[in-house]
Design a binder for this molecule. Structure first.
Ligand SMILES: *[C@@H]1O[C@H](CO)[C@@H](O)[C@H](O)[C@H]1NC(C)=O
Length: 309
């Protein structure tokens, strides 16, 4: 049987249009403390990524769909409530329905990780975090002198970090992990000890299953970071805590690296599983906190963003 000649080119055209429909995996961004979802920096970063991955769909997460209020929301609010809203926001975006890669800047990184553990619907494929506080901070992040919003939040947080009101209203306090007061942190903080599955008897295996389902976890640390204390939190490091759990300040600020953390060795969140599969990539950026040099982010974006499913 002969095909009518016209059908052949038509068939060919259909085939090639079917392949050109393939587009890069979508990308979700979560900005850092003091930034907002549609700031000049965020918009510009998105445009640079589009130059590398033509046609990529990018969504920038917001807490409030208004730039000024969104900036406030990274200082003030309840992180658990904010996360639930973000999970709803992401699930409502048709372009993301089959999954996406994600980049979290600073605190946006641990919030995206919490999204993976608690929701992950639609799922994250590669999770990339820049200068994030995965194991919290032992001091409140420094604010620039002119940043009154930040200074006000920091002042309140320093005053009574583990009071119920502060824990419910000041974002940075919800990842403050005071090495001299771990027991109070475990009792009073309802965000970080939960997503890190730190509380014995309350570990949620869904968190570990979801987190271990990532294709890759790429953790970038800024080697001159003075804003995040300790900067190794970006790689799941912490300062050491008193062996006896006593409430005292250690002068010894030795860093416990990721692979020596109980969270890792006992695999509370699936991190060890990921690492043993070769899926945890530890990278360094030259510079102070969130100094996004092209030499640092470009290779990451080329390798871990914009893949085809
Ligand atoms: C564990 O986490 C999942 C996902 O967030 C949640 O649906 C479930 O209720 C949690 N289980 C417990 C016992 O809290």
């Amino acid at each position: 049987m002969h095909l009518p000649p016209l059908l052949l080119p038509l068939f060919g055209a259909l085939c090639s249009s079917a392949t050109s429909v393939r587009s890069p995996r979508p990308l979700v961004l979560w900005h850092g403390l003091g930034d907002s979802y549609a700031s000049d920096g965020m918009v510009q970063f998105g445009e640079l990524i589009k130059e590398i991955h033509a046609g990529i769909f990018i969504h920038s997460i917001y807490i409030v769909d208004n730039n000024d209020d969104d900036r406030k929301a990274c200082f003030y609010g309840n992180v658990n409530t904010q996360l639930a809203g973000v999970a709803k926001q992401l699930s409502d975006i048709p372009e993301l329905s089959t999954g996406f890669d994600a980049i979290g800047f600073s605190q946006g990184g641990q919030f995206l990780r919490a999204y993976v553990e608690r929701y992950n619907d639609p799922p994250i494929h590669n999770l990339i975090t820049f200068g994030s506080q995965h194991m919290g901070v032992s001091d409140m992040p420094a604010c620039s002198a002119w940043d009154l919003l930040c200074r006000a939040a920091r002042g309140v947080a320093l005053g009574a970090a583990y009071s119920a009101w502060v824990q419910d209203n000041i974002v940075m306090a919800q990842y403050f992990r005071d090495p001299s007061n771990i027991q109070t942190y475990l009792n009073a903080n309802h965000f970080l000890p939960d997503v890190n599955n730190e509380i014995p008897g309350q570990r949620n295996s869904t968190y570990a299953d979801n987190f271990a389902s990532l294709n890759a976890l790429v953790l970038l640390l800024f080697d001159q970071d003075k804003t995040v204390v300790p900067k190794e939190s970006a790689w799941f490091g912490t300062e050491s805590i008193p062996d006896d759990g006593a409430q005292r300040v250690l002068t010894d600020k030795t860093i416990i690296p990721m692979r020596s953390q109980p969270l890792y060795t006992e695999d509370w969140i699936g991190l060890r599983q990921l690492d043993e599969r070769g899926a945890v990539i530890l990278g360094t950026c030259d510079g102070e906190h969130m100094q996004m040099n092209r030499a640092c982010w470009e290779p990451v974006v080329k390798q871990w963003v914009g893949g085809m499913d």
